[in-house]
Design a protein around this ligand. Structure first.
Ligand code: NAD
Length: 455
């Protein structure tokens, strides 16, 4: 498999894909090794993960550079991601002992009732490329801590990162048969679906997630899906500092080139503040520095998948044909890399694909709304339910709007943010199950009820 640099079109490396027979053999090895890993005291597994956390820091420069080279994100954003992943790991190190501990529930006559947790066994982690460190640690860290073995398939667009992750986990002390990288694309993913694994944890598009859930349904094992979004953001008329809000919204739309599951994908602005917001927003977007992600000061690198340029062009021409106008951007940037201008479309509406299907790129559609009811109706008019954001100087009003939106995460006066302490749980077509938070620790174990009588 050829690993390409999307910012230059050059080949970075050639790697060997894991063949189907090797994937089956990997599963057998993992199955044989999982019991011994689980038999270790929790403290020992936590110590191994702590070493991994430290090794990520030791190698941070190399990891960030390779990430930028293979996915095209600015170097500073890659550095932020490596450090952000370490923050998530610290959450799991700090909290897992508390949530995985056996519990004494009650005594009923001469019977003691207790609760404990068993790992699932050998699980698949089929991962995405947009934040490979973040979305990876959401799964393989709690899975390993609770005693599972993991067959980890990085995205074919983030293979170098996947190999770094495996190398450092092994160096930290995770046995080679307890965490096994599976290198390849859809074909390798399908081979994992054929195996009798004990759980499937997937991050990626709704289309693939739905396919995976259907393919493994008859196995009756846990399936976790972290899928796409079309996350709405509403700017109410109770805003003091429109420039500040416009800056925050622009970051929510364009960080990582808009290739974030929780990127702002649609903006609704109250008519009373519309003109002021648009003026500041346009200035923010026009100021974004686009260029080679490895160079200092670049805020927007290349897209990860060159084929996505044509998809964005289609969304834009569909919107223009239906009455939208380009405020800035609108085109791919010529050259060997996969660059697209940061693009803002106004006079957008819900007849346009750009307001209904995930763009996953540096384009945003904006609509003017009359009041909160219209904003709520439009925010709800969507197949996805990952996050929703409201900017308002009035917390009661903001909370009331957000509580009427069917999304797993509500942002009031912020957006495009993830905390390991809170559940990450998409609704509707944005996902199934939970990662992060104490709920996400328990996603990788099965409960066991104990009824214990003294003879
Ligand atoms: P994708 O669905 O194309 O691929 C994801 C993974 O699935 C890759 O590893 C791929 O090789 C594998 N795969 C593809 N076809 C398969 C098949 N038939 N069987 C098994 N595996 C298969 O998604 P992507 O382009 O890597 O990621 C982008 C999507 O991920 C966006 O929709 C984004 O919103 C979503 N995402 C969601 C979250 C979240 O937390 N909700 C986080 C990051 C990304």
């Amino acid at each position: 498999m050829k690993i390409m640099n999307p910012a230059t079109g050059e080949m970075l490396k050639e790697v060997k894909e894991t063949q189907t027979a090797e994937i089956t053999a990997a599963w057998s090895r993992a199955k044989a090794a999982q019991g011994a890993w689980n038999a270790k005291p929790l403290e020992e597994r936590l110590a191994v993960i702590r070493r991994y956390h430290d090794l990520l820091d030791r190698d941070a420069e190399t990891l960030a550079r390779d990430l930028s080279l293979e996915v095209g994100k600015p170097l500073q954003e890659s550095k932020n991601e490596v450090q952000g992943a370490r923050g998530r790991i610290r959450f799991f190190l700090e909290q897992s002992g508390k949530w995985l501990a056996p519990q004494s529930i009650r005594t009923d006559g001469n019977t003691r009732e207790e609760l404990s947790f068993d790992p699932l066994g050998v699980i698949a982690n089929i991962s995405a490329w947009n934040y490979p460190y973040h979305v990876g640690v959401n799964v393989y860290i709690p899975a390993l801590i609770s005693g599972n073995a993991v067959l980890y398939k990085p995205s074919e667009f983030a293979t170098l990162t996947g190999l770094h992750i495996a190398r450092l986990l092994h160096e930290a002390g995770v046995p080679e048969n307890v965490f096994i990288p599976i290198i390849g694309d859809r074909v390798a993913g399908e081979a994992l679906l054929d195996l009798p694994l004990d759980g499937y944890f997937f991050t990626g598009s709704y289309r693939t997630g739905k396919h995976i859930a259907e393919r493994v349904a008859s196995k009756l094992v846990p399936v976790g899906l972290e899928l796409g979004g079309k996350d709405p953001l509403y700017v109410t008329d109770e805003i003091q500092d429109l420039k500040k809000v416009a800056g925050a919204v622009a970051e929510g739309c364009f960080y990582n080139n808009g290739q974030s599951c929780c990127a702002v994908e649609r903006v609704y602005v109250h008519e009373k503040v519309y003109d002021g917001f648009i003026k500041h927003f346009e200035a923010e977007v026009r100021a974004l520095k686009v260029g080679n992600p490895i160079e200092a000061g670049i805020q927007q690198g290349s897209l990860t998948r060159p084929a996505h340029l044509a998809f964005l062009e289609e969304q834009i021409s569909d919107a223009l044909a239906k009455g939208a106008e380009v405020l800035c951007g609108g085109k791919r940037i010529p050259g060997p890399g996969a660059y697209f201008e940061p693009t803002v479309l106004v006079h957008a509406d819900h007849s346009m694909r750009i307001m209904m299907e995930e763009s996953f790129g540096p384009v945003i559609g904006i609509m003017k709304v009359r009041d909160d009811d219209e904003a709520i109706r439009l925010m709800q008019d969507c197949e996805y339910g990952l996050t929703a954001a409201v900017y308002s100087g009035n917390e009661t009003r903001g909370r009331s709007i957000l509580s009427r939106i069917d999304a797993g995460t509500s942002y009031l006066n912020c957006c495009d943010r993830v905390s390991p302490y809170l559940p990450w749980a998409g609704r509707k077509h944005s996902g199934l199950g939970t990662t992060l938070s104490w709920l996400g620790i328990l996603s990788f174990v099965r409960p066991r009820g104990w009824h214990v009588r003294t003879p």
